[in-house]
Each structure stands twice: as C-alpha cells, then as structure tokens.
Design a protein around this ligand. Sequence first.
Ligand code: SAH
Ligand code: SF4
Ligand code: F3S
Length: 476
Amino acid sequence: MYNDNPTLPSISKEIDEKQQGKVFYDSPEVKEDGKTFYIESYGCQMNFSDSEIVASILGEAGYSATRDMENSDLILINTCSIRERAEATVRKRLTVFNKVKQRNPGTLVGVLGCMAERLKGKLMDDEKLVDMVVGPDAYRDLPTLLAGAEDGDRGMNVLLSREETYADISPLRLNSNGVTAFVTIMRGCDNMCSFCVVPFTRGRERSRNSFSIVAEATDLYEKGYREVSLLGQNVDSYKWENPETKEVVSFANLLEMVALIHPDLRVRFSTSHPKDITDEVLVTMASHENICKYIHLPVQSGNSRVLKLMNRTYDREWYMERVESIYKHMPDCAISSDMITGFCSETEEEHQETLTMMEFAKYSMSYMFFYSERPGTLAAKKYEDDIPLEIKKRRLAEIIRLQNHIGLEHNKLDVGQTFKVLIEGDSKKSDQDWKGRSTYNKMLIFPKKDGLKPGDYCNVRVDRVTIASLIGEIVD
Ligand code: SAH
Ligand code: SF4
Ligand code: F3S
C-alpha cells in the first residue's frame, strides 16, 4: 500500500486503489462548538494506522475529524519518505493547504510522519505555512504543540523513542468499513536495508505488549469487525517479554493468541521478512483456518549479489527455500512481493534473475518500484545510483508486464472454484454488488443477496476473472 508512483503503468485498478494512499476522514460526532481537524495519510498501512492514533489523541484534546478541509481548524498531512516521489506529492499538497490558509488565516497546518522525521526543522524553513512538525514517536505531544501553535508559536517534536508503542491508546477508526481494521504490533525497524529510509524515520524496532494487542483485537471483534491486519515492518521479529513472568511471546505465539479470539475473526499480517519468517509461523498459519493463507514476502531482487548490496541478509537460494517451505506447509497459500529495479550497479543478467524469481515464486501480486536514492541511507553513501532512469523504467515495465501475466494466470486457476468470502461492503462500481476478499487476499465481486450484510461470510463461486478481481456469485 504505497502511494507515489503515478507515472508507472498501473497493474490494475484495484491495486491502483490500494496504492492511492490518500484518505479523507469523517467523524460522526462533530460537536457544535468543537474544533475540527482534517487529515490526509500517505505511505504504508502503518501510517494509516498512526493517523487513527493521532485522531484518538486529538479527540481527547477536543478536536473531531472532518472531511471539509476548507473549514477545518487544523489540516494534518501524515507523510511518507520512502521514495522521492512520495515526498514530492506531499510538497504539492502543502501548496494546496497554503491556499486554504491564505483564505482562512486561522487554520493551522501540521506535518506528521516520516517526512517530518527526516527533514525536521528544514521542513519548517522550506515551508513557511507549516505550524507543526511532528515525528512518528511524538504524537502524544500533539495537544501541547497545538496549544502553542494556537498562540502563534510554531512547534516541532521529532524525538524518536525506544519504547513508544502507543499501546494504551485506542485508535479512532477512521474511514472504516466496520469490518476490517489495522492493528500495529510493532514500530521501527532494526534492519538496515541499504536503500531504505525507514530505520531513520521510524527509529529502533520495538514490540508492543501482546495483551494490549489481543485486547484491541477482541474489542474490534466485539464491535462487529471480522478481520484484523497485524502490522509491522518486519512482523517475524516481533518479540515481547512479559515483565512479570519473563515469558517471551514470539510472532507465531502472537498470531495464535489473536487467532484464538474467535474463529470468525480473520487474521492477516504484513510485512514478513524473508530472513526471519520461521516454519513455526507457517505451522501456526496452517493450523488455524482463520489465519489467512496469504504472505507478503518482499524479495526486492532475485539476484544474490544485488541482495547483498541491498543488505537484505538473505540470498536467492535462501529466499527460494522459504518459498518452498511456504508451499510445503500450505500448498494453496498466496504469496506477494515488493521489487526494486535498477538498484546501484544492477546488470541486465541480474535483472533477469528477478524475473525468473517471480516465475518461481508465482506471486499473486506485487508492488513494483524503480530505485529512488534516499539521502542518508547506506546505499546513498556507499554506492553510485548509476542505472539511467530510462533503463530503470524499462526494467520496471518488464517486471510489471510479467507480474500482470503471472497474476492473471494465478486468478484464472480460480475460475469455477468456490471461496469463503468476508463481505466488506459495496463494490466500487455498483451498489448492486458487494466486494469481499478470500483468505488468499483476492478481491471478489458478486451480486448482493438478501439476508446477508457486510461483516458476514458467504461462499462465492468464481465465474470470470480480471487481473484485479474475481467476479462470481453467492452459492449456498
Ligand atoms: N519492511 C518492508 C518494506 C517497507 S518499504 C520490507 O522489508 O519488505 C516498502 C517497499 O518500498 C519496500 O519493500 C521496497 O520494495 C520499496 N522501497 C523502499 N525503499 C525504496 C527506495 N529507496 N527506492 C525504491 N523503492 C523502495
Ligand atoms: Fe526498510 Fe529493510 Fe526495514 Fe523493510 S526491513 S523497513 S526495507 S530497512
Ligand atoms: Fe513511508 Fe514511513 Fe511507511 S517512509 S512506507 S510511511 S514507514
């Protein structure tokens, strides 16, 4: 779920929708004299999840969410730094907010998230309209910064923390379908992939208290939600020690704890790191029907030399062995990936190895990018960004074409089969149809049926497929 590559040929409308990381939030409870905030989120699911924490903190401070940017008291943008384009998008939005501010001088503007963390005070120097710059670990400070900004003091808090997990904050579910929700289980990242800015913008890895995770998921279930996605940059390294019993909860343990809340609560998770995903996790997945049979396992490159330069700490053989193990434990499991083309010094042959890896792993879908050098990263310091843009783009087009082909073949195998689907809501194209996903994370579209509603499960037989979705009808 990344939002910054609009020039690329889009894989499909559905994936396009996923990559379009912009959300407008609406709140049912705008008090008459209460202040309002408007928030846009960019980047990964964790940023979306953070916006819900921010909304909760602001709610406590008397602010309610609104969709009406023009008349809001506070405009927030939760930003992403992953690629250059992600930051360019944010800069463009800031010029729009600037115009609003010119019309309504009382409106405050705050920049949150990874770009706030990366650029710190420089962001305030560059963007004179910005009243607040707040990093991902400093959201508890928002009410104080806001009070200062109301008095005309521009404020910043970009301190990173080794402990903050916002475990006690109950996120305010924004823009929710009432059926599926994100639950952040860890923050930060301790891997130093050489291309990646995340360790700098999100700080050290820390795992959230398991009981608070289970409590949040239980509460969601009781409120009618039927699917939780456990989020972290590297969920397989989740590790939480109970301070009283000294018992250590691994990711496999946590998955099981959440799966046991209720058989009707589906559990998803993202992202798995190929170096850390264990057979124990695969066994746990296989033994619980409600843990979805879908793993996002970004390969980045199919070539061992490039993987070494990327500091991914696995090689082609290791990755292939992990894929084999997944299919051994769950022959029907769907696997998806992220790929970067044109990383420093990547040769044509090495690029070909990414293509053969895609065929080997049979990805149901992938997020694909060309390399974008990020200031301060290991790659920016050590390697030359020497692959010309046209070559990066051509290689990217090749992997997109192949993924479209593999993805469509993957979907075609589903024709005639029946899948258990969790109804999420109206399909985008028609209010006569519902949409919902199978355990394999594929989107199904099918005509509505009396007696059922979003949040219910139904069996859907697939009649035809596109690259984006499976089209079918409910069967008994
Ligand atoms: N923690 C996840 C990735 C999070 S970032 C993991 O390790 O897999 C999401 C994706 O953005 C990455 O998987 C990578 O494919 C892409 N990405 C990260 N940095 C990038 C860069 N500098 N240029 C292009 N793509 C990048
Ligand atoms: Fe970035 Fe690597 Fe951490 Fe993923 S695992 S967030 S790619 S440093
Ligand atoms: Fe972007 Fe930060 Fe997520 S850089 S991808 S929003 S962790």
